[in-house]
Design a protein around this ligand. Structure first.
Ligand code: CU
Length: 143
């Protein structure tokens, strides 16, 4: 009898374990997107940009506790040709902007001309979720 209970517990652990390993996995319907601008828009600097998210939450960088499994913070990639390595923390420089406080909008100073923008969500350690949540890359024209 004892061994059957033990076996059951082992099975239950085996079933529940992958859940914790996949704790940062967003649901398949989750997405990030630009709320107020779209590909091809002509805009003026500073450019007001609203970051949208659905199916996942926003929490500041460094968050501890369970919420970190179901929420992240936005990163705005400005004129970044290719997504960074999705298994590493997102770089932090003038092209990879972190919104550590959980901000969902920004005003961006950009010189006149064409610029690309893309959103990439990161976890409490600035690493993309698995699978990563990123928006389409849009091109805007600053007048
Ligand atoms: Cu970050």
């Amino acid at each position: 009898m004892f061994s059957r209970v033990t076996t059951l517990m082992v099975i239950l652990f085996a079933v529940s374990a992958p859940q914790s390993l996949l704790a940062h996995t967003p649901p398949s319907h989750a997405r990030v997107f630009f709320e107020n601008i779209k590909d091809g828009d002509e805009v003026k600097s500073p450019v007001f940009i609203k970051f949208g998210i659905e199916g996942f939450g926003i929490t500041p960088a460094g968050t501890k506790g369970k919420i970190r499994h179901t929420a992240g913070h936005h990163h705005l990639l400005v004129n970044v040709e290719e997504l960074p390595d999705l298994d590493e923390p997102i770089p932090r420089d003038e092209n990879h902007l972190h919104f550590d406080q959980g901000e969902t909008e920004t005003k961006l100073q950009l010189p006149a001309g064409k610029h690309t923008l893309q959103l990439l969500l990161g976890d409490e350690q600035h690493e993309p979720q698995d699978p990563a949540l990123f928006s389409e890359k849009i091109t805007i024209i600053v007048k």
